[in-house]
Write a protein that binds this ligand. Structure first.
Ligand code: PLP
Length: 396
């Protein structure tokens, strides 16, 4: 039995089996109390004095260090703020400035749309003939050559859970003289990550998925410490200035990763995230990964045995997957709605993918078995054919 003994650190609604922590993590028990303390105590009582008296200004660094421990980053190399899309833009724009003679941004066709949209928008506005190449994920390694300025990839594919080989790709990028950016949206808090070992220049990710920071929780950005002082930020916000309260006319970047801050930090969300990170107390990423693999393997075996019309859309080898399992079915949307109506919450990604996230902090084998049973019942009775399961919401 590899279940982790920390499920009681989370608030789980009665009757729900939550397999969507890869999209929005559940509410950790201390988070709501912390939010009230920050809102009523700090904001309500201290008002503007809290920037100093409660050290609000330093929250992005303090919380960044805690996130950093989960991705192998040294102290002072991670900062928090904005959304992941913005952090992707900052990393990519800085990376392109580091390779002014090269024109290719290499990503893959399975990358999350926002990452690719940000790249396309940046390229258009630079107007310097950059090109965003998106080969199939399995062809990325072979596409790295000395015309590539930046390799920008998401380690774990949001649709299929397929995982890139971080060390092999990082090495190939560096051998070709390219800058390496890893998007860890589906890695941070999901599996062991070591940004120091792969020597990537930048890593970014969000904190509302496996880190349970809540909807709208700020993103993180890591910059390799030996480079951070030479980065030339494009988003020159006042809080990335070396001395914001000098109110100087000209921008002067703050030392290190602090220059990747932009504007006022989201204090309430950062405080909630800080409380959410308490749930990791005493949990090693090695144990988390072992539990994640056990839960995923069990789910695949149960679903394949019980639901022959569903096709595994994730790699079969555990080491080639992140912490999610996807199945394909042409009626995937309706099937997922039927599951959700029965309290088993996963999600759907067009065109035909049913996604199930495995978050061992608050899921155990009994949950996984029960989810497979409910899915079997829906498939065996064709319950998904009910008309109400075909109505599409704005968010799928
Ligand atoms: C979830 C996710 C995003 C979302 O970006 P936001 O700006 O936080 O909405 C971006 N990229 C990847 C790879 C993701 O998985």
């Amino acid at each position: 039995m590899t279940d982790l003994p920390v499920k009681d650190r989370f608030h789980l609604p009665e009757g729900v089996i939550y397999l969507d922590g890869n999209s929005l993590g559940v509410l950790p028990k201390g988070a709501a109390r912390r939010a009230v303390e920050v809102i009523e105590g700090d904001w309500g009582q201290e008002l503007i004095r809290a920037w100093n008296s409660r050290d609000w200004m330093d929250l992005p660094r303090r919380v960044g260090d805690r996130v950093g421990r989960l991705i192998g980053a040294p102290e002072g190399s991670v900062t928090m703020g904005d959304t992941l899309s913005v952090k992707v833009f900052q990393a990519l724009s800085a990376a392109l400035e580091m390779r002014p003679d090269r024109r290719v941004i290499l990503s893959d066709a399975g990358n999350f749309p926002s990452d690719l949209y940000m790249a396309d928008g940046l390229v258009r506005h630079l107007g310097r003939d950059h090109e965003v190449r998106t080969p199939a994920p399995e062809d990325v390694l072979g596409a790295i050559d000395d015309g590539v300025a930046v390799v920008m990839l998401t380690e774990v594919d949001y649709r299929t859970g397929r995982r890139h080989d971080v060390s092999a790709i990082s090495r190939a990028a560096h051998d070709a003289g390219a800058v390496m950016i890893w998007d860890l949206a589906h890695s941070a808090g999901a599996l062991p990550v070591d940004v120091v070992a792969c020597r990537c220049e930048f890593a970014v990710g969000c904190t509302y998925k496996y880190l349970n920071g809540g909807p709208g929780a700020p993103a993180f950005i890591y910059v390799r410490p030996d480079l951070a002082d030479s980065i030339d930020p494009v988003l020159q916000g006042w809080l990335g200035h070396a001395a914001p309260f000098e109110m100087a006319r000209d921008y002067r970047p703050a030392p290190g990763v602090e220059r990747m801050r932009v504007g006022t930090p989201p204090v309430i969300q950062l405080a909630v995230l800080d409380a959410a990170l308490d749930a990791w107390e005493g949990v090693t990423l090695k144990a988390l990964r072992a539990a994640s693999v056990a839960l995923s393997e069990r789910f695949i075996a149960e679903v394949e045995a019980r639901c022959p019309s569903l096709t595994l859309a994730s790699p079969r080898a555990a080491e080639a997957r992140g912490s999610q399992v996807s199945f394909a079915h042409p009626e995937g949307y309706a099937i997922m709605q039927a599951l959700i109506a029965r309290g088993v919450i996963g999600d759907f990604r067009a065109p035909d993918i049913l996604r199930f996230g495995f978050t061992p902090l608050y899921l155990d084998e009994a949950d996984v078995l029960r989810a497979a049973e409910v899915l079997e019942e829906i498939m065996a009775t064709d319950a998904w054919q009910a008309p109400e399961y075909r109505v599409r919401g704005r968010v799928t």
